[in-house]
Write a protein that binds this ligand. Structure first.
Ligand code: GLY
Length: 313
């Protein structure tokens, strides 16, 4: 039994492993691992205390995939929902759909009895307000004009200093079943309604018991254009080793022509439980835990210099 996660998943990985030890499924484990990350007030990239969009509103995205059945559920641009991963699972289990967004997802959350939680903490609001005060002219009319026409400020979301991370979990249970889960508040300063790779099955998340699983963090628009998580699994299906598959999917990022080229990192596992992390930037790590480990360990991700500095326009 094995759980791997992006480094910010450290706060939940032991809970995820406990679920597997208690006989739970890989799906149960990824959900249990992600929930503490979504509640972590120190993490401004996921759930409660996530950084808001251009209008100062927190919108979260999540997805979950069952490698045994290839069933998946996802939610996007959802407000006031602390545990988007659990809502994504409910979409998978209760509806004939895969992805719900915005007001429909919020309606479904209410119907399923999820509490409404204000996700914007004082901390996150202060970070948002500091940028707002620096970038937006202070006169009353200019501020009102900002609310009407915010598109030119969307570029701020692509500032490399703005967080755009995510939490990823992959679990392999005692029966060899794989599951993946992803949750994020997306790019801070994103245009309202923007979805990244996290709720898009194939882009930010994919699991297939027969071959393996992968999940992404970082610049979602890049992973969406290449279906990066699915690429890893396809390469495994074609017979590549896990390392070759992850390297190939990461190297492809270098073909993107993109003025907002940035970091994308992956975690991946093959059907036998070999695992690895990859990134097109240096110094990235991920965490892992097997059932015979008392505490989790951190490992470096393989750095694949995808197109050097990236192909900017
Ligand atoms: N990878 C998270 C996002 O782009 O929203």
């Amino acid at each position: 039994m094995l759980v791997i996660a992006s480094a910010n998943g450290a706060v939940g990985i032991e809970a995820a492993m406990q679920v597997l030890r208690d006989g739970g499924s890989a799906l149960d484990a990824v959900e249990a691992g992600i929930r503490p990350v979504e509640s972590n007030p120190a993490d401004h990239t996921v759930g409660y205390s996530g950084l808001p969009n251009l209008l100062g509103v927190v919108e979260v995205d999540a997805s979950i995939m069952d490698g045994r059945t290839l069933q998946a559920g996802a939610v996007g641009a959802v407000q006031n929902c602390e545990h988007a991963i659990s809502l994504a699972r409910k979409v998978m289990e209760e509806l004939p759909h895969v992805l719900l967004v915005g007001s429909g997802a919020e309606r479904f959350a209410k119907e399923m009895g999820f509490p409404e939680t204000d996700l914007l903490t004082a901390d996150a609001k202060a970070i948002w307000a500091e940028i707002f005060d620096t970038k937006v002219p202070s006169g009353c009319q200019e501020r009102m004009a900002y609310v009407e026409s915010i598109r030119r400020y969307a570029k701020l979301a692509a500032d490399p200093e703005r967080p755009n991370e995510t939490v990823n979990f992959i679990a392999r249970d005692a029966r060899g079943n794989l599951a993946t889960g992803v949750s994020t508040s997306g790019w801070s300063w994103k245009y309202p309604g923007r979805l990244g790779d996290s709720p898009v099955i194939g882009a930010g998340n994919y699991a297939d018991n027969r071959y393996g699983a992968a999940a992404c963090t970082g610049r979602g628009e890049m992973a969406m254009r290449l279906c990066t998580a699915h690429s890893v699994v396809t390469y495994l299906k074609l017979g590549m080793t896990l390392e070759a598959a992850g390297r190939a999917a990461t190297a492809e990022l270098g073909y993107l022509v993109d003025p907002y080229f940035g970091r994308v990192s992956l975690i991946a596992m093959d059907a036998r439980g070999n695992h690895a992390g990859f990134s097109n930037g240096p110094d990235a790590t991920y965490v892992y835990m097997t059932d015979d480990m008392r505490i989790y360990a951190e490992a470096p991700r393989i750095h694949v210099a995808a197109g050097g500095a990236g192909r900017r326009l």
